[in-house]
Design a binder for this molecule. Structure first.
Ligand code: PBG
Length: 331
């Protein structure tokens, strides 16, 4: 017996499938998924998003069908994003707080069809409604105003809650908005409506296809760097998260996902709160592009990335691949 042989063999537990199953540290289930959906006007409409192959904008009847599909697949939550008709977009984004806007009609239709079998998450930010594509109100030099915007976001969030939204998800990155929305929800009797704040949201190049999907990309002048975070910053993300928790967020989001795994990990280690990753549109597009040029297998790439989010500390992931992933997980 030579002393040069290893006495610890890490490969032993990897040798067979049953053993790999037994030793797996992290699991992913369909209940870890949130499925973002794009809503458009009309009836019987399926309008493919060119930069997101496999993703479409659906009219409300199609959205209800997707919602039922989510329930069947075991996906607990859908996230809704409207493609607002051009004539309903304005400088002040007033359509955001019209009780009969596309979002509210979609929320009501889903809640009517699925009731408590499915949670509905709604994005709070003005970009689907503004003629300039920014998430808030702008001044004469196109600076996005904070407190004036928060006042409108409160109306938008209240409007969504009145229509039946279960989780309000402010994605605008204004200061103080979680507190203001929480107060309005409490005063409006929506005590059990949750807030999942986009706490650490970066000014990212990965949002391009999303802006196509909601129709705000072509309208946007400049960028969102005066409110979304600098990708170089990590400590600042922890401060954002700390504030949002103190202001009443039930859970926090890190966005985009894969390029910010360190942020997810640090947030989970430091605060121990439920953390969600948004695997954003550009991340989806990259997986599909790899598959289409034969650079990788879509399903394998997808599942490896999703488990990475869980391993880093996520409670769940928002991903346009949610139905694909759920089907794979359901076998
Ligand atoms: C709106 C919003 C954006 C995304 C989610 N909510 C775009 C942006 O901030 O410009 C991006 C999602 C994605 O790329 O999939 N504030």
């Amino acid at each position: 017996m030579s002393a040069s042989y290893p006495n610890i063999r890490m490969r032993r537990t990897r040798a067979s499938r049953w053993s790999r199953d037994l030793h797996r540290e992290t699991v992913m289930t369909p209940s870890d998924l949130i499925w973002p959906l794009f809503v458009t006007e009309g009836q019987g409409v399926e309008d493919p998003v060119k930069t997101l192959p496999g993703v479409s904008r659906w009219s409300i009847d199609g959205i209800v069908a997707r919602a039922k599909e989510a329930v069947e697949l075991g996906i607990p939550v859908v996230a809704l994003f409207p493609n607002t008709p051009a004539d309903k977009r304005s400088d002040d984004g007033a359509e955001a707080h019209d009780p009969d806007n596309l979002m509210c009609r979609a929320i009501r239709a889903i809640k009517q069809a699925c009731g408590n079998d499915l949670g509905v998450l709604t994005d709070v930010a003005l970009d689907p409604y503004t003629s300039h594509g920014q998430d808030g109100l702008v001044d004469d030099s196109d600076y996005v105003l904070n407190d004036e915007t928060v006042a409108v976001l409160v109306d938008q969030a209240t409007n969504q809650a009145e229509a039946g939204a279960d989780i309000i998800a402010p994605s605008d990155m204004m200061d103080g908005r979680v507190h203001a929305i929480r107060m309005a929800l409490e005063m409006g009797g929506h005590r059990n409506v949750q807030i999942m704040s986009y706490a650490a949201k970066y000014a990212s190049a990965f949002y391009g296809p999303f802006r196509d999907a909601v129709g705000s990309g072509g309208l946007l002048k400049g960028d969102k760097k005066s409110y979304q975070m600098d990708p170089a910053n990590g400590d600042e993300a922890l401060r954002e998260v700390e504030l949002d928790i103190a202001e009443g967020a039930d859970s926090v989001m890190v966005k985009p996902g894969l390029a910010y795994l360190d942020i997810i990990y640090r947030v989970k280690q430091r605060f121990g709160v439920p953390v969600f990753a948004y695997q954003v549109s550009g991340e989806y597009a990259m997986i599909e592009a790899a598959q289409s040029v034969g650079a990788g297998d879509r399903d394998a790439l997808l599942m490896e990335k999703l488990i990475a989010f869980k391993r880093a500390g996520c409670s769940g992931v928002l991903t346009y691949h949610a139905p694909v992933a759920a089907r794979l997980l359901n076998g």
